[in-house]
Design a protein around this ligand. Structure first.
Ligand code: TYD
Ligand code: MG
Length: 456
């Protein structure tokens, strides 16, 4: 019987298609559809006569899941308080970003209390050892350089670890499946087996998955729906800090981030990251504005910088690093329409300092002020933080968790807050809480510019 094949978009998105298509409807890439053998259907439970036990939900006891603390606090927080036994965590990220380093550190901490197995498909044991020495790791744990899935499964059966690290899923090869290691069919099959292993033997499994833009290797997104927890390690290779972000977590919140610095001795946790991303100046430089964003439950101060300059091209350049270009276009349009500020014939460059990415609209007001500040060559007072969402009618819309943002900013010595009028009103009741701080509510973009840029 011919094996059933399915079409997948290889690499970045993993879209499953019913028929062949030239362009993937999910990620808009051309010629990425690849035919993949369907995962073998496992009939073992039927054959062995094992029946699923059906119980009433009320009879199920919600025993708290067992968690193993990795000892790397920032990592534990993103995981939701340690890794859950029998769960599969996918750690994705660009090659060279620090995934192996982070997991080796976590493995060393875990090895103090638990049986840990670190399976390396990419690096030799000598390389692993050299890295461990560089990280001053004293603890010992089981390691193996394996690329064959069978061997990996057998060694795991033998070692019976509590925590298994597979670095990386793309380097492991299942000889029963067609395709080279790292291909869509291989990655899916290998992951499926490892997930089964995790569930059957109650092992906490960390899978490393490289993100590849070229699509030559199957990316971790393909596995997102299969695993319990998906974390991405982000950052700029040329900056030393890294952000660990949860995108999916069946056992915790996905809003948490962990911040690390990549130092000579590995990943160093940054407990209070706000000061990293901002430059304290007595007087801000034109185009630089500080805002307070929320990363999960955590406020973070970041600096938005803009450069607005006459263009020498027929069409002005609009570039942005760290903020969605569509959001920048929206803010520019609102500034033109509702504040009478014209960006015609001007190049605009926007950057969030330190490689942070802004997903929140609460940074809109700071972005608008930053663009205006650069255009007009006027600065803001160096003690100022601005938060607020810019609406299409030029209004400044309220943001969530204003108190936490304020507290973070005041902790770092900022004195002046420009915020949505609605948020200002919300704070009226307990004015004492923020005594000595200048809280300025603004309702429109025009008003905000007037308040922010005239002084300073
Ligand atoms: P690595 O963990 O191998 O990345 P990944 O597994 O995501 O591919 O990290 C590789 C980079 O990190 C490498 O360029 C060297 C750097 N590095 C440090 O700066 N300090 C260290 O202590 C270590 C181990 C690596
Ligand atoms: Mg690695």
């Amino acid at each position: 019987m011919a094996k059933k094949k399915t079409l997948f978009c290889c690499g970045s998105c993993g879209y499953e298609a019913q028929k062949w298509m030239g362009r993937c409807p999910a990620c808009d890439e051309w010629n990425t559809m690849a035919e993949v053998e369907a995962l073998p259907y496992r009939q073992s439970t039927v054959r062995s006569g094992v029946k699923t036990k059906v119980v009433s939900l009320s009879d199920v006891s919600a025993a708290a899941e067992e968690r193993y603390v990795t000892g790397v606090d920032e990592f534990d927080r993103v995981l939701g308080g340690g890794v859950v036994s029998g769960s599969v965590v996918l750690l994705g990220g660009d090659p060279g970003i620090g995934k192996s380093t982070l997991l080796l550190q976590a493995a060393a901490h875990l090895a103090v209390n638990y049986n840990v197995f670190y399976a390396s498909g990419e690096e030799s044991l000598q390389q692993l050892k050299m890295r461990a020495e560089r990280l001053h790791i004293k603890e010992s744990f089981n390691t193996a350089a394996v690329t064959d899935l069978e061997v990996l499964l057998e060694s795991t059966e033998m070692i019976k670890p509590v925590v298994l690290v597979v670095d990386s899923v793309q380097s492991i090869y299942n000889s029963e499946i067609e395709g080279v290691p790292g291909s869509v069919s291989q990655v899916r099959a290998v992951a499926a087996e490892l997930i089964r292993l995790a569930k059957e033997q109650n092992i906490a499994v960390f899978l490393v998955g490289h993100v590849t833009k070229e699509g030559t290797m199957a990316g971790p997104r393909l596995l997102e729906h299969m695993v319990d927890c998906v974390l991405y390690l982000e950052g700029d290779r040329y900056h030393s800090f890294r952000i660990l972000r949860g995108v999916k977590n069946r056992f915790g919140s996905t809003n948490e981030i962990g911040v690390f610095m990549m130092e000579n001795e590995g990943m160093v946790e940054v407990a209070n990251p706000s000061h990293l991303f901002i430059t304290r100046r007595k007087e801000q430089a034109a185009g630089a504005v500080i805002t307070a964003i929320m990363e999960g439950t955590r406020p973070l101060l970041v600096e938005i910088q803009s450069l607005v300059a006459p263009t020498s091209y027929p069409a002005p350049k609009r570039t942005s690093t760290g903020i969605d270009l569509n959001r920048v276009a929206l803010v520019l349009a609102v500034l033109e329409k509702h504040a009478g500020i014209n960006f015609f014939g001007l190049d605009t460059f926007v950057n969030v300092v330190g490689g942070v990415r802004l997903y929140e609209t609460a940074g809109d007001l700071a972005l608008a002020l930053s663009l205006t500040s650069s255009l007009k060559g006027k600065t803001l007072n160096g003690d100022t933080v601005a938060v607020g969402e810019v609406g299409l009618t030029g209004e400044i819309r309220p943001v969530s968790r204003i108190r936490q943002r304020l507290n973070e900013a005041s902790k770092l010595g900022f004195k002046r807050f420009i915020m949505p009028g609605a948020n200002r009103a919300e704070l009226k009741a307990d004015a004492n809480e923020f005594r000595g701080l200048q809280l300025i509510g603004v309702d429109s973009i025009k008003e905000a510019i007037g308040v922010a840029l005239l002084q300073g």
